[in-house]
Design a protein around this ligand. Structure first.
Ligand code: AMP
Ligand code: GLY
Length: 419
């Protein structure tokens, strides 16, 4: 088969790395890709937001399947547009991707389907939101609706912080914005992934990421500074509950609405004292969770993606290694506020050659002279695999130490909750 993979992060390098091992693969193209994906296939400089360009490329190159990595093209309806011209694509439709694109939509669906999640209220009016926040008290969570809202999520410890977050989103001069105000939940977080073929859902191996930038889970939130799999917090019993109480009711509700979900359903969970509750949905693989899941996947990824698209997914389509994997994100200094790009990264080949180590690229760039430089916030995801999480961690950090990159930094405590 001839595959086009959309995206350019560490997630897409991990997907490309795994797809490249498929016995079904004929050719792999990645748009736009990165220097890591270039080792797995051919990078193509497509402007992914121009769906007509993607379609034209697929026709010229006789692409059999498009695999969409990130959320933005899903929410923009790339899968629908490919579908309309008869090109197979992996990922949810625009309507189904609302589970990630609209927090308000997801909250409504949770109420309708009885899915455990934080109590909430929606606001477009600043004063009404503030009155509600004052009545509820802190801690409380303020979320901007929509993908590109920019302000994201504020977990406010004080009333002042909460009111300031409301102002930031709905204050004077801001038109058409909407926020969700949520009860603050407490507990350990986990990332839960399932492949969903419209009707059937099959859980992936468990994983957990580290969202905060600093050691000990301190500092601002990031896309993720590291991850490991399996996540001991997700026991077999918890997995069964999540499937029964959260994932399966969601799949059924989406089908009932006439917008069946096909793709990767990624639930951010809080393990509260009352059981697992949904924080939010994403409609794609996690990054950096994908960089620990793909190395642990023993069965063929491409076959599983095809079974998902064709509505014939079975639990036996996903077979996992008993080994653990842990990835350390090597980020550019200044991330997540203002990452410094352009610094030179050395000795990567030596690190990648270490036993049980895979180095995934995300924000890297190769200069014309072949030098590898930082080109984003999260730059590398250095994954170690071994029979235990501790050994996997030791392997990942040995590889990190072998990389020469004065322009980068990383967390030194990835996996601490599992150890
Ligand atoms: P989100 O973008 O919705 O995943 O939120 C980002 C982070 O904010 C989550 O990973 C949690 O750490 C935190 N968060 C979001 N919603 C809540 C909530 N209702 N209670 C506590 N923490 C939350
Ligand atoms: N690591 C969390 C995410 O991909 O959104």
């Amino acid at each position: 088969m001839r595959i086009l993979l959309i995206g350019s992060g560490g997630r897409e390098h991990a997907l490309a790395w795994k797809l490249a091992q498929s016995p079904l693969l004929g050719a792999l193209f990645i748009a736009p890709g990165n220097p890591g994906t270039a080792q797995c296939g051919t990078n193509v400089a497509l402007e992914v937001t121009r769906h007509a360009d993607v379609i034209a490329f697929c026709k010229t190159e006789h692409i059999d399947l498009v695999v969409v990595g990130p959320e933005a093209p899903l929410v923009a309806g790339l899968v629908d547009d490919l579908d309309a011209v008869g090109i197979k694509a992996f990922g949810p439709s625009k309507a189904a991707a609302r589970l990630e694109g609209s927090k308000a939509f997801t909250k409504e669906l949770c109420v309708e389907a009885g899915i455990p999640t934080a109590a909430y209220a929606r606001f477009t009016d600043c004063e009404a939101a503030k009155a509600y926040v004052r009545a509820q008290g802190a801690p409380i969570v303020i979320k901007a609706d929509g993908l590109a809202a920019g302000k994201g999520v504020v977990v406010a410890d004080t009333l002042e912080q909460a009111l300031a977050a409301v102002d930031d989103n709905l204050g004077t001069g801001i038109v058409g914005a909407e926020i969700v105000v949520e009860e603050c939940m407490f507990g350990e977080e986990a990332s839960f992934f399932a492949l969903v073929d419209g009707t059937n859902a099959v859980a992936l191996a468990s994983a957990q990421d580290h969202k905060r930038v600093g050691d000990g889970d301190t500092g601002p939130n990031t896309g993720g500074m590291g991850a490991y799999s399996p996540a001991p917090v997700v026991t077999a019993e918890i997995e069964a509950r999540v499937m029964a109480e959260i994932i399966n009711p969601t799949v059924a509700a989406m089908a009932k609405r006439g917008t069946p979900f096909k793709g990767v359903l990624f639930a951010g969970l809080m393990m509260t004292s009352a059981g697992p509750k949904l924080i939010e949905y994403n409609t794609r693989f996690g990054d950096p969770e994908c960089e620990v899941l793909m190395p642990r996947l023993k069965s063929d990824l491409l076959s599983a993606l095809l079974a998902t698209i064709e509505g014939r997914l079975r639990p036996s389509d996903l077979v996992w290694s008993d080994d653990a994997a842990l990835t350390v994100v090597y980020a550019a200094k200044g991330y997540p506020v203002k990452p410094e790009t352009g610094s030179v990264i050395g000795s990567l080949d030596g690190a990648a050659a270490l036993q049980g180590v895979t180095v995934f690229h995300s924000g890297t760039k190769r200069r014309d002279d072949g030098t590898l430089v930082a080109n984003g916030g999260r730059v590398l995801a250095v994954t170690g695999m071994a029979s235990t999480i501790k050994e996997a961690r030791d392997r990942a950090y040995a590889a990190v130490d072998a990389i020469e990159w004065p322009g980068g930094f990383y967390r030194k405590d990835i996996g601490f909750r599992a150890l």
